[in-house]
Design a protein around this ligand. Structure first.
Ligand code: ADP
Length: 309
């Protein structure tokens, strides 16, 4: 499958690199208004191909996106240290309206995979600008937060993160909700499993894991200015679920008709991802306080999105 990447800064190029290493695409086309950058990134990623999987990697204009199955949108302006994701909004929304018109013209059948932050709002912006059905405009959402949640739980319990089923819901950002009550290890509720393996999840452990998931991006930004490897790999994972029609359950963001009484808001829930985009959305069973936190997250996103119209 041909995959386009618009915006070849740190996130776009990391996605291209991860795709090349995973064998997630037969062809990768990099587009950026900084053509020199796109050409350099394409050449650099192409040099990894002999050590990975067969794949053509090149830079090009929008017209070269023709026939792409997925186009990753990673264009925009970078998050500054200490800057909230939501404050990036207006600058990135402008870039998107320009980019999406061109992608829709040259790759009308492509699923749009949104990476630019604030990703939930940008997913809404992209849906509106593209006129595509909602299941074909997918934001990376909390895919990374969920991976981190599972990984930290796995470490605490001494098991592989693949055996942990737990999701981060809502906004990819400060208001996100770790769905503790729905978390499972194997087929067991997480708390029961934890007691059985002698590693109970105390209030302190819970608070540590919660903070570690929620503050991860801030910590990385403090040290290196931005984040790119994790999200690059997450984007490549979503592309593969689409390309191979894997029907994998991933926590990603699309505009959702109704969440906790809030209508038409983009946020993350566990969703089945396959060739047609999002096939089904799953609503985890939540406690009252988790449901209230999800409602608050949805309301916050709704307000921000409305401010943009
Ligand atoms: P990030 O860390 O999110 O990847 P960067 O600033 O490194 O952020 O990358 C964003 C990329 O998006 C830059 O390479 C920039 O040139 C590109 N970009 C910005 N505006 C546009 C646009 N209108 N069309 C195409 N690419 C764009």
């Amino acid at each position: 499958m041909k995959v386009g990447i618009v915006g070849t800064g740190m996130v776009g190029s990391a996605a291209g690199y991860a795709l090349a290493l995973r064998g997630g695409a037969s062809e990768i086309v990099l587009v950026d208004h900084n053509k020199k950058l796109a050409i350099a990134q394409a050449e650099d990623i192409a040099h990894a191909v002999p050590f990975a999987h067969a794949c053509v990697v090149r830079a090009g204009g929008y017209e070269e996106l023709e026939g792409a199955g997925v186009v990753i949108l990673a264009a925009g302006v970078a998050q500054k240290p200490g800057e909230s994701r939501l404050s990036l909004l207006s600058r990135n929304a402008e870039v998107f309206s320009e980019v999406i018109a061109q992608v829709r013209r040259d790759a009308p059948d492509a699923i749009l995979l949104i990476a630019s932050n604030p990703v939930d709002i940008m997913t809404e912006v992209a849906l509106r600008a593209s006129g595509l059905p909602r299941e074909r405009v997918i934001g990376s959402g909390t895919i990374l937060d969920t991976a981190r949640f599972r990984s930290l739980l796995g470490t605490h319990l001494g098991i592989a993160p693949q055996s942990v089923h737990a999701y981060v819901l809502g906004e990819h950002g400060d208001s996100e909700v770790l769905a503790w009550s729905a978390a499972r290890a194997g087929s067991e509720p997480i708390a029961r499993f934890a007691v059985q393996v002698g590693a109970p999840i105390t209030g302190e452990i819970r608070a540590q894991i919660d903070a570690s998931v929620r503050r991860a991006a801030y910590r990385i930004i403090e040290g290196k200015g931005a984040t790119w490897y994790g999200i690059g790999a997450g984007l490549a994972r979503i592309v593969q679920a689409i390309r191979d029609d894997q029907r994998t359950v991933l926590s990603v963001s699309i505009v959702t008709p109704e969440v906790e009484g809030v209508a038409d808001v983009a946020l993350s829930l566990p969703r089945i991802v396959g060739r047609a985009g999002i096939l089904t959305t799953l609503m985890p069973e939540l406690t009252e306080s988790e449901a209230a936190a999800l409602r608050a997250s949805a309301e916050l996103l709704k307000e921000t999105g409305a401010g943009l119209q």
